[in-house]
Design a protein around this ligand. Structure first.
Ligand SMILES: *Cc1c(COP(=O)(O)O)cnc(C)c1O
Length: 527
């Protein structure tokens, strides 16, 4: 691949073909709204300025000789140039507000604007975590109400609101498990994780100091219960199981798994990132689960993926509730809300494992998630999960004639449809299909995950897509899949209609260029 002196790949003009090489070359390199936006350092330069300011008067500094004498070398641009640069860059992003976002396991659903309106109310948006509690009663009540909803929906007696993402919630749950085991003087070393688990599960267990061992999947894409039972023993602290799992399937043996783990003295962590498929239908508490994180930024429609911070509250069983982290909100008899910040014996909070964060968690996400719940109501939330599952099954059944769907024979899927690359022409892969989808105007699906399926493609439409939008996506997906099966060479160099084409992704991952350096010829010219 040719690289510019700035270390960026050159435009592959030869790839700008619309089939018959008929597209004219443009003077700017832009193609209508596909703008070839340079780096800000290439547009502006340190010796230009966007504003005219008089030279600063001489002042005595108290920096003791540490003051800067060199210019800071940031590119000088006018306000208009700066606004255009960032607006153009933002238009190169695919976003949930631009189109269907089929990433499996991520639940990329529409973020209702009502949520945004509520989060921007001054009483929520303009408060400070160190304000006196009496002056933020409404905010504390919001956190409390959301906590009550989460406990009700999961059938679990306690919840920690402070974790700031799913993976952070996993750590919170595993630390509570470790505290509970240590409290009974039972230091166990191993956490069992199914082969199909999200990468964050084994990473969390290892980060918390556990040895991680795989549990195999059976032919139906579920946890192999016999293999799990055979491995349980006095060294196993617990299991981390995703339900519905990352093959998009419900684990029907979940209660039997929990019972077996408990009998062997371990505890059960459930990765609840896929809760959107079962809200209002199944309560994890009824399945014997001890801890589960809920991604508010997936199931409860708060923005994510560059759109905002995550939030990963963790619900706990009675066995783990005493070890839950501080702080949490309590309602006093006088109707006032109170943030419990200290471990005190008289409040029975003396065995909490500590804190996950400095304050109370992501207030803006709490407001959005509670708005979402209240605007749907209990019946509406149940319908959400039913519609999400219906939409995924519609995709699975519409495409199983074209694409291999490894677990379609074992019945309906949950919220996401899984396909494999079986039947693709020699030399064409899941990656090529993903790139072909970019030309169709879609963000690609999740690919090569879960690892138990060769060339996996995981598609999650969510409930917020209309039938027309899903039909159009199915049409595009089928068309690209047929090109992959028939060996269409052009797919190998897709995307053709994007500002950059096939990048050297290995090099980008292994040797990322994160800091702009002045190109050598400029340095030489200046000398
Ligand atoms: C998204 C996801 C996670 C991690 O959640 P983050 O909020 O991204 O940290 C964990 N497990 C599964 C199955 C997920 O889909």
């Amino acid at each position: 691949m040719n690289m510019l002196s700035e270390g960026r790949p050159t435009r592959q003009d030869e790839n700008i073909n619309t089939g018959a090489n008929s597209a004219p070359q443009t003077h700017t390199g832009n193609r209508a709204l596909i703008v070839d936006e340079p780096l800000i350092f290439e547009t502006g330069s340190p010796d230009r300025s966007g504003v005219d300011l008089p030279d600063a008067p001489d002042v005595e500094t108290c920096l003791g000789g540490l003051e800067r004498h060199q210019p800071i070398a940031i590119p000088g641009l006018s306000e208009a140039e700066t606004v255009r640069h960032y607006t153009r860059l933002s238009r190169q992003n695919y976003a949930i507000d631009v189109g269907l976002f089929p990433l499996g396991s991520c639940t990329m659903k529409h973020n209702p604007r009502l949520n945004e309106k509520m989060a921007r109310l001054k009483g929520f948006a303009d408060i400070h975590p160190l304000q006196p509690m009496e002056s933020v009663q409404g905010a504390l009540e919001t956190i409390y109400q959301l906590a009550e909803w989460l406990k009700k929906l999961t059938g679990m007696p306690a919840v920690a609101m402070s974790p700031k993402a799913g993976a952070h919630g996993e750590l919170c749950g595993i630390l509570a498990i470790r505290s509970a085991l240590e409290a009974r003087g039972d230091a166990r070393e191993v956490i069992l994780v199914p082969e199909s688990a999200h990468g964050t599960n084994p990473a969390t267990a290892a980060f918390a100091g556990y040895k991680v061992e795989d549990i195999p999947a059976n032919a139906a894409g579920r946890v192999d219960l016999d293999a799990l039972k055979a491995r349980l023993g006095p060294d196993v602290a617990g299991v981390m199981i995703t339900n519905p799992n990352t093959c998009g399937l419900f684990e029907p043996d979940m209660k039997a798994i929990s019972d077996a783990v408990h009998e062997a003295g371990g505890l059960v962590y459930c990765d609840g990132a896929n809760f959107n498929a079962i809200v209002g239908r199944v309560r994890p508490g009824d399945l014997g689960i001890d801890a589960m994180h809920i991604n508010l930024h997936k199931t409860f429609s708060t923005p994510h993926g560059g759109g905002g911070p995550g939030s990963g509250p963790v619900v706990f069983s009675d066995a783990l509730a005493p070890y839950a982290p501080l702080p949490f909100v309590e309602k006093k008899d006088n109707g006032h809300y109170y943030l419990v910040e200290e471990e005190t014996a008289e409040d029975h909070h003396d065995v909490s494992f500590g804190r996950m964060v400095a304050f109370h968690g992501q207030m803006g996400m709490f407001t959005r998630a509670l708005t979402y719940m209240l605007s749907h109501g209990a019946d509406g939330l149940k319908q959400v999960s039913e519609d999400a599952v219906l939409n995924a099954n519609y995709i699975l059944r519409s495409l199983e004639d074209t694409l291999d769907a490894p677990f379609a024979h074992s019945g309906p899927c949950m919220h996401e449809a899984l396909f494999s690359d079986k039947g693709f022409a020699e030399g064409l892969s899941t990656l090529d299909l993903a790139k072909g989808l970019i030309d169709e105007g879609y963000h690609p699906m999740t690919m090569y995950f879960p690892l138990v399926v060769h060339g996996a493609m995981l598609v999650e439409p969510t409930e917020t897509e209309s039938k027309a939008a899903i039909d159009q996506f199915i049409g595009a997906f089928r068309s690209v899949a047929e090109r992959a099966k028939s060996g269409d060479e052009a797919l190998k160099s897709a995307p053709h209609f994007a500002p950059r084409h096939r990048l050297d992704e290995t090099r980008a991952a292994r040797k990322p260029i994160l800091v702009w350096e002045e190109p050598e010829e400029l340095v030489e010219a200046a000398e």
